[in-house]
Design a protein around this ligand. Sequence first.
Ligand SMILES: Nc1ncnc2c1ncn2[C@@H]1O[C@H](COP(=O)(O)OP(=O)(O)OP(=O)(O)O)[C@@H](O)[C@H]1O
Ligand SMILES: [Mg+2]
Length: 321
Amino acid sequence: MGNVLELNRLTKHFREQVALESLDLTIPEGEFFSLLGPSGCGKTTTLRLIAGFEEPTEGEVWLRGRRLNGLRPYERNVSTVFQSYALFPHLTARENIEFGLRHRAGGWRADAPQRVRAVMEMLQIADKAERKPAQLSGGEKQRVALARSLVVEPDVLLLDEPLSALDPNLRKQVRAELKALQRRVGITFLFITHDQEEALSLSDRIAVLNAGRLEQVGTPQDLYLRPKTRFAAGFLGPVNWINGVGVRPEATRVMHERPSEEVRALPATVENAVFLGNCIHVEARLATGEQVVAEVSRLNGTFRHGEQVHVWWREADELAL
Ligand SMILES: Nc1ncnc2c1ncn2[C@@H]1O[C@H](COP(=O)(O)OP(=O)(O)OP(=O)(O)O)[C@@H](O)[C@H]1O
Ligand SMILES: [Mg+2]
């Protein structure tokens, strides 16, 4: 299986504003790929360049070996799920889903009604087919938007923060459904998020963007455990920077007794300890004045404000930037 999507030095400037600078990415068939980064880092711009809503200042977009530059959005076999869903309020769920097929060259074929029904059944919205968007819940609207994008069988499905409009509980549920759906349909997903947990839990690979530039690409494990830059390390989750060494909170050990002579333990004072059920969140202040946070097993005992403790970690758990 080859690559579906290739971005080649893709660049977008809006006057003096650099939205995206020389992005190179290669995404293979069937991958769940996420673009992760803070607000304004160029995620939506990347997606709009692929979909054809913007033309690049420089660089190229290739889809299955075909150069897309200059082609109209409907001439590119990609579809987009927007954050706001962008459903037509005057059309029913079914008509919204049919819309994509009707407005694509060669889209409305004899089997179109069956395809629409199949995708509605897969997303469990068949019983909502004749409702207007205003009569649907947030999660149902989200599924209609997904159905509308999937029914055209795009080479790549672009998703711009599709879960952000959902409340936190529903968000977790839809997140799991989205992953299962992607496995089932086998379509390449290019998913945008600024939520590290979402990116880690869904993606085969993640690209971290920072101010229009690619910071690092890798699997969730690569990025979390082997970040190449301080920015990537910090964006994927909290880090204790102790004497310039990065250690994740769950790899940071806090104990009352001094550990064995072989490990280098730093004396610290507990400033705050919160029982979270599955672990204890401990904030401690080192003698050097640096603050560290640790997720400690409750089996290590209890911790109280003002207690003297020892902070240590395994060398193997240090982030080597
Ligand atoms: N049409 C435009 N004209 C001028 N500047 C723009 C335009 N579109 C985007 N930008 C700028 O380009 C940069 C990247 O914007 P983009 O929308 O890609 O960010 P983003 O990563 O999607 O952010 P968010 O997480 O907030 O959605 C921002 O600084 C933005 O202000
Ligand atoms: Mg955006």
